[in-house]
Design a protein around this ligand. Structure first.
Ligand code: SF4
Ligand code: SF4
Length: 307
């Protein structure tokens, strides 16, 4: 067995039962393209793969993986229901709600459902038992099987719904054991990103070699570093050198685990919703390299990769 094959096989082994999150400081870096194609590559390599799209405001992994959806479930969060007849306007609920979702008025309590985080404290605390559990729909969870038997799940947040976190949590409740779990995180560095990568074993940051790309990458890296996550960098659409990015990566000891060039053919197939590796198999080696490098990153932290 060649050394490359050996490292590759070990890399695949290291990925079993691991959460590999794909993140990016900004939208449009190609995060989903890389995540989808790694999922496809691993599935073609006889790995059991689960693809979890946690980019719930704009999930688009399904456009490429084209899953057959066999289950669709409404996602709900708890909201309090207040019986105004029982309420004495004591103000206990609103003074304890840390999200300012309740306002006590004389003879009335107002609820702002968009601010409510469903913690249930007000139900527990009301001395008159005037508050009970209700629920509110925030989106949909869809499950199915995609190409190459990839187990597929995504969340679709209702338009205008601010509570992405509970829907992401709901997607993650469907983790399948003994699978490589490829998790597509939302772009940016907000709470939904933190929620998504919180249990990642490794975070793959996809960036582009531009000033905007670097600016947002730095913020995203600082978030993942604060969470003590191993980070690998994918540079997408490389077109010549961009020294500020190279200097930054070197200075911060951030390994580049794959580079994809700027290629009109990649863009063309992306716009048609094709899986890159099906349309342009010349890039298979790049994804094998990515798999090996992720295995190495996991090996560093989990000591599972013999090198
Ligand atoms: S705690 Fe109960 S009784 Fe007091 S204001 Fe809130 S709903 Fe009304
Ligand atoms: S459930 Fe929690 S967040 Fe929602 S209104 Fe009650 S105390 Fe506030």
């Amino acid at each position: 067995m060649s050394e490359v094959q050996y490292i590759y096989d070990k890399g695949l082994k290291a990925m079993e039962d691991m959460n590999i999150a794909f993140a990016s400081g900004k939208g449009g870096t190609g995060k989903t393209t890389i995540a989808v194609n790694l999922a496809y590559f691993l599935a073609c390599s006889k790995q059991k793969v689960q693809y979890l799209d946690c980019d719930v405001e704009e999930p688009n992994g399904h456009i490429f993986l084209k899953p057959t959806i066999d289950k669709s479930t409404p996602a709900k969060v708890m909201v309090p229901v207040i019986d105004q007849d029982k309420c004495t306007s004591c103000g206990e609920c609103s003074s304890h709600c840390q999200f300012n979702a309740l306002v006590t008025l004389p003879g009335n309590v107002l609820l702002f459902p968009e601010l409510c985080h469903g913690c249930g404290l007000c139900v527990y605390i009301c001395p008159e038992k005037a508050i009970r559990d209700g629920d509110r729909g925030i989106g949909l969870i869809e499950k199915g099987i995609a190409t190459q038997d990839i187990d597929f799940i995504h969340g679709i947040l209702n338009v205008g719904e601010p509570m992405a976190g509970p829907l992401i949590q709901e997607v993650k409740h469907h983790y399948k054991e003994h699978h490589v779990r490829i998790i597509d995180a939302p772009p940016g560095t907000s709470c939904p990103v933190v929620k998504t990568i919180s249990d990642a074993d490794v975070v793959v940051m996809v960036t582009e070699p531009t000033p905007f790309g670097l600016h947002d990458l730095k913020i995203a890296v600082s978030v993942a570093k604060n969470m003590e996550k191993p980070i690998g960098i994918v540079i997408n659409r490389q077109n010549g050198e961009f020294p500020p990015l190279e200097t930054y990566l070197l200075k911060n000891d951030l390994p580049v685990i794959m580079v994809l060039p700027e290629d009109r053919e990649i863009a063309r197939h992306y716009s048609m919703g094709d899986i890159l590796l099906q349309a342009l198999p010349l890039y298979i080696d790049r994804f094998m390299e990515l798999a090996v490098n992720i295995g190495r990153l996991l090996g560093k932290t989990k000591t599972q990769v013999a090198r």
